[in-house]
Design a protein around this ligand. Structure first.
Ligand SMILES: Nc1ncnc2c1ncn2[C@@H]1O[C@H](COP(=O)(O)OP(=O)(O)OP(=O)(O)O)[C@@H](O)[C@H]1O
Ligand SMILES: [Mg+2]
Length: 509
């Protein structure tokens, strides 16, 4: 059924259309009622005139009593122009059938068809409407004379019809004007009434565009100012949305406070752990230097040394992440990326002599503004991954290129690739492949999280693409990151990722 079909027109269009429909209906009812009443009134008036004219005719033909009929035309004095008079014998004879011509006052004889129409008028003394061929509509009244003849008298309805037509046209004009006014005024009125609703929608839209899932969120101004009266429907919607925004704001503030507390706790804990860890490492080293230590004790001391070193790295990683999360601005010193990458690949070559290390650098050194140590860690983490998560003999190519507005660093390897299930969340904290190889290598799953956090803090973008035999991490960094690192345009060469967190993405080519 059509009533179930959704109406795609806007609320404004529907309201104005409904309003116009109503105005048209009311105008039509008023016009029809007026015309019917006017017609009844005019016809009644005409019938009174007709009764008088018929009476004059009867008096004229019956005068003088039983004497002979007056000679045709039977033209009673006082009849108005256009009056039709017919005196018809009961035997079918026609004594007279004429029409007074307008203006001249002379009589015109009616033709056969018109006389036949006169005959059809019932001699009841009640007026009827008759169509006289060639002459139009007539109100006619037939009465029987004392001699038994039928006197038919008729008055033209043309005047009545003219008046009705004129009034009809005037009403039509009024109706069109009323609809035009209703359309213009209605549109303006509906637009004004619905304006607060647009502001409600606007506010809701602005809230949906906010990154609600992290950081401190400032919700937009309340909508209640647009339509503060809660008695109106729009006011109720605005008040409900405001209450909702209030709750959401409180929840987000609580979330932010708890995140800040956790971050602070991690930062404090990591910081506090550094001193005892350093002490453990120091004592372990000291104990390791002692002579004549039984082999099992020497093994235990070796394990203490390596595990405490690993824990030191972990604590340092956690501290760095906590600091980056806190949104501390990074140092902005010129960093020679060419040199930094060359050094890092040199270190990787020493650490992984069984891999094939390739380096492609631009002819001119390229620089960015940033934190040298942090950027070094980015490259080192990517190279460490290419070494630890691929078998010996894997070729690892590190490429640096200058692009418009910044640099692009790509680390590519032809190893087995990142497991498909891991790829979408490879930049998440503690996300790691569960291969025994990773565990054995002391993997914690923080390396890429640090890469993503550092790159984001530098206003850049990092992406991962991986299929077996081809894994590429691409880092795009602007020459200088803005003071506030969020919302930057990354340099060309790396597609701007979609989603909330614009600085990390993983993709499979
Ligand atoms: N080049 C690569 N080839 C194959 N898998 C990779 C590669 N780089 C990363 N991965 C996978 O992604 C996971 C996450 O890497 P990430 O560097 O974050 O942690 P990790 O290397 O396991 O530990 P950490 O770097 O903290 O010592 C790894 O465990 C590994 O499974
Ligand atoms: Mg790693």
């Amino acid at each position: 059924m059509s009533s179930n079909r959704p109406d795609r027109r806007s609320l404004r269009t529907r309201l104005v259309a409904g309003q116009l429909g109503l105005v048209a209906l009311v105008c039509a009812v008023v016009a029809v009622a007026t015309l019917l009443a006017l017609r009844a009134f005019l016809v009644g008036q005409l019938d009174t005139q007709l009764a008088e004219a018929s009476h004059r005719g009867i008096v004229f033909v019956q005068h003088p009593g039983d004497g002979p009929l007056p000679p045709p035309p039977i033209n009673a004095p006082g009849q108005r122009d256009g009056t039709v008079t017919g005196l018809l014998g009961s035997d079918g004879s026609v004594y007279d059938a004429t029409r007074l011509t307008r203006g001249t006052g002379r009589a015109h004889v009616l033709d056969g068809a018109q006389i036949a129409a006169l005959r059809d008028v019932p001699a009841t003394g009640v007026p009827v409407t008759v169509d006289l061929p060639g002459l139009g509509s007539y109100r006619m009244l037939a009465s029987t004379t004392v001699r038994g003849n039928v006197l038919v008298t008729g008055l033209p309805m043309s005047d009545t019809q003219d008046i009705l037509l004129t009034v009809g046209l005037i009403m039509g004009g009024v109706m069109v004007s009323a609809m035009a006014i209703a359309a213009v005024a209605g549109t303006a009125l509906v637009r004004r009434t619905l304006r607060p609703l647009h502001e409600v929608a606007d506010t809701a839209r602005r809230v949906t565009e906010l990154p609600l899932h992290r950081g401190e969120v400032v919700l937009p101004a309340r909508v209640g100012t647009a339509e503060p009266d809660p008695r109106t429907e729009v006011g109720q919607v605005a008040a409900a949305l405001d209450r909702l925004l209030g709750h959401v704001g409180t929840a987000l503030a609580a979330r932010h406070a708890s995140e800040t507390r956790v971050r602070q706790f991690v930062a404090d804990a990591s910081h506090e752990l550094r001193t005892p860890l350093a002490a453990i490492q120091g004592y372990a080293e000291l104990a390791g230097r002692a002579e004549r230590v039984p082999p099992d004790v020497a093994h235990a001391i070796g394990r203490i040394t390596s595990e405490s070193r690993r824990m030191g790295t972990l604590v340092a990683d956690l501290l760095l992440l906590a600091r980056l999360d806190a949104g501390r601005p990074v140092e902005r010193a010129p960093v020679d990326v060419t040199r930094l990458v060359a050094d890092a690949v040199g270190d990787a070559r020493v650490a992984g002599p069984e891999h094939r290390w390739r380096l492609e650098l631009p002819a001119e050194p390229v620089r960015v503004l940033g934190d040298q140590a942090q950027l070094h860690q980015v490259v080192a983490n990517l190279l460490a991954n290419a070494r630890t998560h691929t078998p010996a003999g894997t070729a690892v190519t590190t490429r640096v290129s200058a692009v418009d507005g910044g640099i692009v660093l790509a680390v590519n390897d032809d190893g087995p690739g990142i497991p498909a299930h891991l790829l979408p969340e490879v930049f998440e904290r503690f996300a790691r492949g569960d291969g025994s190889r990773s565990r054995a290598a002391g993997s914690t799953g923080l390396g890429l999280a640090i890469v993503a956090a550092v790159v984001q803090a530098h206003g850049g973008v990092v992406t991962a693409a991986s299929v077996p035999g081809r894994t590429t991490f691409t880092v795009a960094l602007p020459h200088s990151q803005p003071a506030h690192s969020g919302g930057t345009t990354p340099p060309q060469g790396v597609p701007r990722p979609s989603g909330h967190d614009s600085h990390r993405t993983a993709s499979r080519p």
